[in-house]
Design a protein around this ligand. Structure first.
Ligand SMILES: *Cc1c(COP(=O)(O)O)cnc(C)c1O
Length: 355
C-alpha cells in the first residue's frame, strides 16, 4: 500500500494467473496451453515479418490489424467490420466490459466461471449478479432471462469444460433482445458449437475467441470479438482511447498465418480431443468423477482424496494442475490435456499417490 495509489487501486482484487514454473521440463497441465506447437507457417511468417535485420520493427504496426481481420473474417464467413482484434481475448473482454456492459441493471454470469470476469467488473465499476450452475455444473439458460444489463458466459464453460448446445445460446439471445449477450468461446474448437453464424440474426450477440488455446499461440496474445458492426465500433472506440497499437507486427503476422493452415489447426485439436477421451477413462478408473468436457481440460474430483493435497503431491513430482480454492469447487482439479506422454506421466503419478 502506498499513499501514491489511486483510490480504486486500494480496492482491486487482481486476477491470479496459473503458475509458470521455472523448471526445465515440468509437466505443465495448469493453464490450458496447447501441448503442440503452432503451424510451421506461423514460424515462417514471424521470420518473414522480422526480415534479415529486423528493420520492420522500427515502424509501428497496422493499428487496425486489417490484414489479420480480413483473413479471420473470411475464415468465419463474416465481413471485416464484424471483427475486432485485441491483445489476447482478455483485453477484448476488458474492452467489452467498458464498452458494452455498463448499464443501469447488473450483468449476469455463472457463479462458477472464468475468474477474470469479476475482476473486470470491479475494475470498470460494472454491477453483476452471479447465477448458480445446477448441481451437474450445467448452465440453465432460463436463469438468464431479462431484465439484466447483459449476459456473459464461456461456451464451453471454464473451469468445468461443459458446453451448451447452440439451440440454448439461441434461447438466451431471444430472451435478452435488449441487452448484450457475450459468448466467450476460448475453448470452442475442442468440441462445442460456435455462435458465430448467429451474428447476422442477433445484433446483441458478441462472440469472443482467442488464438491462445486451439491455435497454440498463448505466447503471442491475439484475441478477437465477432458481432454486429455497431458492437465492434464500441470496442474500437475504447481501444482507440486506450492503446492504438495493441497487436504488434509479429503477433499480427503469426495469427494470420495460423488461419492459413486449417489442416494443422484441425489436426492438433483432434489429437487433444482424442487424448482427452482417453484421460477421462483413466481418471474414472482411478476413482475420479469427471465433468463431461468439450474443452482442452477436464474438471475432476476424487471422492476419497482432498483436491489441494493431490495438487500438492503432483507438484512435488513436477506435475502442475490447477486447484481453485473457491466455494463449490475446492474439491476439484482442473487438468489441461497434455501430450500423450504428459497424460501418461499424470496417470502414473496419480496411481502412486492414490495407492
Ligand atoms: C484462456 C481464456 C481466455 C483468455 O485468453 P487470452 O490468452 O487472453 O486470449 C478467455 N476466456 C477464457 C474462458 C479462457 O479460459
Amino acid at each position: 500500500m502506498s499513499r501514491f495509489w489511486s483510490d480504486i487501486v486500494h480496492r482491486l482484487t487482481p486476477y491470479v494467473p496459473g503458475e509458470q514454473p521455472a523448471l526445465a521440463h515440468p509437466v505443465k497441465l495448469n493453464t490450458n496451453e496447447n501441448p503442440y506447437p503452432p503451424s510451421p507457417r506461423v514460424v515462417e511468417a514471424i521470420r518473414r515479418e522480422l526480415g534479415e535485420d529486423g528493420a520492420s520493427l522500427r515502424k509501428y504496426p497496422d493499428p487496425t490489424a486489417r490484414a489479420l481481420r480480413e483473413t479471420v473474417a473470411k475464415h468465419h464467413g463474416l465481413r471485416v467490420e464484424q471483427v475486432f482484434a485485441g491483445n489476447g481475448s482478455d483485453e477484448v473482454l476488458a474492452h467489452a466490459f467498458q464498452a458494452l456492459l455498463k448499464h443501469d441493471q447488473p450483468i449476469r454470469f455463472p457463479d462458477i466461471t472464468y475468474s477474470f470476469y469479476p475482476v473486470y467488473a470491479q475494475l470498470y465499476g460494472v454491477e453483476y449478479e452471479t447465477v448458480p450452475l445446477n448441481s451437474d455444473f450445467a448452465i440453465d439458460v432460463d436463469d438468464y432471462r431479462a431484465p439484466n444489463g447483459g449476459v456473459l458466459l464461456p461456451n464451453p464453460n471454464a473451469p468445468t469444460g461443459r458446453a451448451l448446445p447452440l439451440s440454448e445460446i439461441e434461447v438466451l439471445l431471444k430472451a435478452n433482445p435488449d441487452a448484450p449477450v457475450i459468448v466467450d468461446e476460448a475453448y470452442v474448437d475442442f468440441g462445442a458449437e460456435s455462435a458465430v453464424n448467429l451474428i447476422d440474426t442477433y445484433p446483441n450477440l458478441l462472440v469472443v475467441q482467442t488464438t491462445s488455446k486451439a491455435r497454440s499461440l498463448a505466447g503471442m496474445r491475439v484475441g478477437f470479438a465477432f458481432g454486429d458492426p455497431a458492437l465492434i465500433e464500441a470496442l474500437t472506440r475504447v481501444k482507440d482511447s486506450f492503446n492504438s497499437y495493441p497487436l504488434d507486427r509479429l503477433a499480427q503476422a503469426a495469427a494470420l498465418a495460423s488461419y492459413e493452415d486449417r489442416a494443422w489447426f484441425e489436426d492438433s485439436c483432434a489429437k487433444v480431443v482424442s487424448s482427452r477421451e482417453k484421460l477421462i477413462g483413466q481418471l474414472q478408473a482411478l476413482g475420479f468423477d469427471v465433468v463431461p468436457s468439450a474443452a482442452n481440460f477436464v474438471f475432476a474430483r476424487h471422492s476419497a482424496h482432498d483436491a489441494a493435497t493431490l495438487a500438492a503431491a503432483l507438484k512435488t513430482r513436477e506435475i502442475f494442475v490447477r486447484h481453485f480454492k473457491l466455494p463449490r469447487i475446492d474439491q476439484h482439479l482442473r487438468i489441461s490435456i497434455g501430450t500423450p506422454s504428459e497424460c501418461d506421466a499424470l496417470v502414473a503419478a496419480l496411481g502412486e499417490i492414490l495407492a
